[in-house]
Design a protein around this ligand. Structure first.
Ligand code: ZN
Ligand code: ZN
Length: 220
């Protein structure tokens, strides 16, 4: 089982609030982890409460990159969960690492590595804006979970191929126009900062899924 809950996104399901940023909870049969925190920690915790998710129910937090809309909710989250291990790209600022270390266990990521059984970090990718994505093995293939996809779709999908055949993609795609890279995927859930959602939906109507805060999906 691989269940994904969108907790924070620019768009939202009825009853939830859209706000610039991204956060998603991943649940397997035995464990769970949080990916990014959105911008407003209060809103993140509110959405969790609405879905019946305790902020103490996960012990691992993966931060994709050091942009405000992905790490802004961190202080609020660390206040309510003092037992977190935070996995972040090595390139995060030294001062931020020092602050996080005062309140959580810190793991710096440079190379690809396992975070949970079936869930892997891409390692730190990109040159200008460095970022890590997650690769999720559903048993049938790999789902790629991105923050903003700043390193580019090619770089991220090439890294994912080392873990198996890529089946789907979820998250922010920024201004990427590498549409041909999405060909053949079973799921293209472009959200958050993706500027070409309409074009992606037009090109891949059967695999496109519009995501928003409050949406829960099972990845098969
Ligand atoms: Zn972003
Ligand atoms: Zn970003």
């Amino acid at each position: 089982m691989l269940k994904l809950t969108i907790l924070y996104d620019n768009e939202a399901e009825p009853g939830f609030k859209g706000s610039w940023g991204f956060s998603a909870l991943l649940e397997t049969e035995k464990d769970s982890l949080l990916f990014d925190t959105g911008w407003d920690g209060g809103l993140l915790l509110k959405h969790m409460e609405k879905l019946g998710i305790s902020p103490l129910s996960f012990k691992k937090l993966v931060l994709s990159h050091q942009h405000w809309d992905h790490v802004g909710g961190l202080p609020d989250l660390l206040r309510v969960n003092p037992n977190l291990t935070v996995y972040l790209p090595e390139s995060f600022s030294k001062n931020m690492k020092v602050e996080i270390q005062k309140r959580a266990k810190l793991v710096e990521i440079s190379r690809p590595c396992k975070i949970l059984p079936g869930i892997y970090s891409s390692g730190e990718l990109g040159t200008k804006i460095k970022e890590q994505s997650l690769f999720l093995n559903s048993g049938k293939g790999i789902y790629v979970l991105t923050g903003c996809a700043h390193p580019g779709l090619s770089a991220i999908l090439d890294a994912a191929k080392n873990f198996g055949k890529v089946r789907g993609l979820i998250g922010g795609l920024h201004s990427s126009t590498e549409f041909e890279k999405l060909k053949g995927l079973k799921l293209v859930a472009a959200g958050h900062c993706s500027t070409h959602k309409a074009e992606i939906q037009k090109r891949f109507p059967s695999s496109f899924l519009n995501i928003g805060a409050g949406l829960q999906i099972e990845l098969e």
